[in-house]
Design a binder for this molecule. Structure first.
Ligand code: ATP
Length: 449
């Protein structure tokens, strides 16, 4: 029996090693690599469905002809093709990046749980990617190169050909007499990737023929370093006592101050990533250092970039929502407390308590925000005090003070947010006694925190 071609051998092993995938998709551009990939998958996979997904970027005069080519090839292989036309809108990072983003949106749209999507990237693509990222100034995460596997939408993406070079795929395509399309924009040196592919890599490869393999090793080290960095960040994040707040979340500044500047930046980056916020550039981290970490204790400083907003209060660093709520919610005239109340950007709810808590008056509450100059007497104090002083004592974050819900009854303050209730409002009986229980006010932000 002749030796099995390397591509087929790899695909056989790949499908065997991924039994959890229920259905395969091939991201099929019609180019050489994805043509070899599609053909090899069809040969290697005998039981699970194989589908092809083509994205028509509409960027070339040939775009429709390429789609037709893909259709013909898929018909011949007995593979169902889905072709989706996208509109590529060029933004800051250029045409290539915009096309890539549009393509991945399509991938996300089609992938269902249990779906595996295969891409035709190979060893030379990986070497180009690593060099491009180096030229962009990437760190270990970027220099780790393209992942061989990752989540995309509800499914997973795989790059089974990363161990093969372009030449091996070309040989295979000729052996199988495949026909594929050639995108002439792949030759235009105006695009960074093409410049690297045609002008830079040949010179490097001439001198160091095994450059792709060497860089694969470096990338592997970078991937491991990146994982280690993430592990350290996750540990520091735990130690810094991450806590969800009424608005946003916070970390203990004393723990952060005990870390080296690098590690502090690392854990902040990790935190932002967890919350889906924009990651900081170096200059932002410098501002965080100067104004928040080592800034004056009671300063109102804020460091803001993209969708990230950091502030400091009472030895904690806060990550707040991109749009900080400032307008005072309107007065709610009468709230019976039986159903949750949407009050401005907040939801208010009364939660019954097994013990303690405040009474719910039959006539209901009036919900207001602070006007200034109010006084009240929390149930544990024997004298009344100004609200301002009491809020300082309660350590309520300054940006929440105008948002604080105050429940009044007949003009008197009965309950102040989820902080305290006033003398005379103690629940008379416990829930066990059969009477109405005491309550606690839950005060929560609606939507994005
Ligand atoms: N228009 C597209 N539709 C579907 N998948 C695509 C498309 N363009 C690229 N891909 C997927 O992404 C992989 C890498 O993209 P890249 O731009 O390097 O490939 P290409 O040169 O267009 O085509 P190929 O890699 O198939 O020769 C492709 O192998 C293919 O799996």
């Amino acid at each position: 029996m002749p030796d099995m071609p390397a591509v087929l051998e790899i695909l056989h092993q790949f499908v065997r090693e991924n039994p959890s995938v229920k259905r395969w998709w091939v991201a099929y551009s019609g180019g050489l690599d994805s043509s070899v990939l599609l053909r090899a998958l069809v040969e290697a996979e005998r039981s699970r469905p194989v589908l092809a997904l083509h994205v028509n970027h509409g960027l070339s005069a040939q775009a429709d002809a390429w789609q037709e080519h893909c259709q013909r090839e898929c018909d011949a292989l007995g593979v169902a093709l889905t072709a989706e036309t996208v509109r590529v809108e060029v933004q800051g990072r250029g045409l290539e990046d915009a096309a890539r983003q549009a393509r991945y949106q399509v991938f996300e749209q089609y992938l269902q749980p249990g779906d595996g999507l295969l891409l035709g990237h190979h060893q030379d693509d990986q070497a180009e990617t690593v060099l491009l990222r180096l030229l962009r100034g990437s760190g270990p995460k970027g220099l780790a190169g393209m992942a061989s596997e990752r989540v995309v939408g509800a499914g997973r993406l795989y790059r089974p050909l990363l161990g093969l070079n372009r030449e091996a795929l070309e040989q295979q395509a000729r052996q199988w007499c495949l026909s594929w399309v050639d995108d002439d924009s792949n030759r235009s040196l105006g695009f960074d990737r093409n410049y690297v592919r045609h002008a830079v890599m040949p010179a490097i490869q001439q001198r160091w023929p095994d450059v792709a393999e060497r860089w694969r090793q470096s990338s592997e080290v970078c991937r491991q370093s990146h994982e280690l960095i993430e592990e350290i960040a996750a540990e520091d994040w735990q130690k810094a006592g991450w806590q969800a707040e009424r608005l946003g979340s916070s970390l203990d500044l004393s723990v952060l101050q005990g870390l080296s500047e690098f590690r502090r930046g690392n854990v902040i980056r990790y935190w932002l990533q967890q919350q889906g916020r924009d990651l900081p550039e170096r200059v932002h981290l410098q501002q965080v250092e100067a104004q928040l970490v080592w800034g004056r204790e009671d300063s109102e400083a804020e460091v803001l970039w993209g969708r990230s907003r950091l502030r400091r209060f009472r030895q904690r660093l806060y990550l707040l929502p991109p749009q900080l709520i400032t307008a005072q919610p309107a007065v709610a005239e009468c709230w019976d407390g039986l159903t949750p109340l949407v009050w401005g950007h907040w939801q208010l709810r009364l939660e019954p308590q097994a013990e303690g808590g405040f009474r719910r008056p039959t006539q209901g509450f009036q919900v207001v925000s602070r006007q200034g100059g109010e006084r009240c007497q929390p149930f544990w104090r024997n004298k009344s005090q100004t609200l301002k002083k009491l809020l300082q004592e309660a350590s309520l974050e300054p940006w929440l003070r105008a948002q604080l819900p105050i429940l009044r009854v007949d003009g008197e303050i009965a309950v102040v947010g989820d902080l305290w209730f006033c003398r005379g409002w103690e629940a008379s009986a416990t829930a066990a006694g059969g009477a109405e229980p005491g309550y606690r006010l839950c005060w929560q932000a609606l939507g994005d925190r």
